[in-house]
Design a protein around this ligand. Structure first.
Ligand SMILES: NC(=O)c1ccc[n+]([C@@H]2O[C@H](COP(=O)([O-])OP(=O)(O)OC[C@H]3O[C@@H](n4cnc5c(N)ncnc54)[C@H](O)[C@@H]3O)[C@@H](O)[C@H]2O)c1
Ligand SMILES: [Zn+2]
Length: 319
């Protein structure tokens, strides 16, 4: 990201009269740590960053989560602006005010709610984003469509090729629509007391799959895990009579066209996945809570799912 976009951003800010100091961090989730935050506090102190200064986060979700966390905690909180450069960052991570670093045993364990003063998403930066990262962002786009926006589903279906080719006109419309959805949901429930939980669709099962695959030495991407999670949870909904099976097929077809998986022959063992689900940070008192689609654009929350229903839904991924 620095190689592509640091110079123009620095030049723009300097030309606008700002005094700018920058720090470049290694790419990847392993950078989202307290140790890296501390390096930034040191650099900021040396650069005389004060309460009137502004942190500008240029990068994917790792950078916006970390820089946002540093902004939330440095001198008890200073302003920050997000310049997300990944599709996931633009449609999801930079919007909503959640900032965090990871703990060795738990992702996003240490964090704060600290909304950026502004989010500037320039879809032209997505031209350099690796395909696999684009697909991860597209999984979140499909999630937003399923939970909240039937018209977005139509748009993604009719513009699949343009999206996969990073067509800026299509991306701009899709990103803007996604930001609006996330802003709506978060504005209604900033601290995740209720509505915000609908954003977890596909993530309950998806996280369990991601953790189990990682432990088995077969790490997958967030987008791939969420795609499998969305299919499994949609099947669970269909088996309960909440969702038309044709809609599950429609979802699967779209994910496949976007290059995302809908089946996994060597899915980790169901007992292992159930165990992970029970220990999910978001499970309350051991009760398994699921956000299930009832149609494209609508979801309902349930907390009475029996283990056997989950096993059955997982089994459908194994074909
Ligand atoms: N705060 C939230 O609400 C929220 C929501 C979702 C995810 N997240 C967090 O976001 C993180 C994942 O974000 P991500 O998927 O953007 O991963 P990421 O930040 O690691 O970026 C993915 C990769 O793409 C590279 N990259 C980014 N933009 C690029 C560009 N324009 N051109 C070329 N390469 C580019 C990055 O250097 C990195 O190697 C996770 O840590 C997750 O916890 C936070
Ligand atoms: Zn996600």
């Amino acid at each position: 990201v620095a190689a592509f976009y640091q110079a123009p951003v620095l030049a723009g800010l300097t030309a606008a009269g700002f005094s700018v100091q920058s720090a470049v961090l290694p790419p990847g989730e392993t950078t989202k740590t307290l140790a890296q935050a501390e390096r930034l506090y040191d650099a900021m102190l040396r650069a005389d960053v004060d309460r009137g200064s502004i942190v500008v986060a240029l990068g994917g979700g790792v950078v916006t989560d970390l820089a946002g966390f540093v902004a939330a905690t440095y001198m008890r909180g200073i302003a920050w602006i997000a310049l997300p450069t990944s599709l996931l960052g633009q449609v999801d991570a930079s919007v909503g005010g959640k900032t965090a670093v990871d703990h060795p045993e738990c992702k996003n364990l240490v964090g704060a709610f600290h909304a950026p003063a502004a989010v500037l998403a320039d879809v032209r930066t997505l031209a350099t984003l690796p395909d696999e990262e684009l697909r991860t962002g597209l999984a979140e786009v499909v999630k937003h469509a399923v939970i909240r926006d039937a018209a977005l589903m139509d748009l993604v279906e009719s513009h699949t090729d343009a999206l996969l080719m990073s067509d800026p006109v299509t991306l701009e419309e899709v990103v803007a629509r996604n930001i609006r959805i996330k802003v709506d949901v978060v504005a209604a429930d900033e601290r995740e007391a209720g509505l915000r939980r609908i954003l977890n669709y596909g993530h309950t099962v998806g996280h369990a799959i991601a953790i189990a695959l990682l432990a088995a030495g077969r790490p997958t991407t967030h987008g791939r895990a969420v795609a499998l999670g969305m299919v499994a949870e949609a099947r669970l909904a269909a088996r309960r009579g909440l969702l038309d099976p044709a809609t599950v097929d429609r979802l699967g077809r779209l994910l496949a066209r976007l290059g995302l998986p809908t089946t996994l022959a060597d899915l980790p063992d169901a007992d292992r996945l159930l165990d992970l689900l029970r220990h999910d940070k978001k499970a309350e008192g051991g009760r398994l809570r699921f956000v299930l689609p009832t149609a494209v654009g609508a979801v309902t929350e349930v907390d009475d799912v029996a283990p056997q229903e989950i096993r059955d839904a997982l089994a459908t991924l194994r074909v």
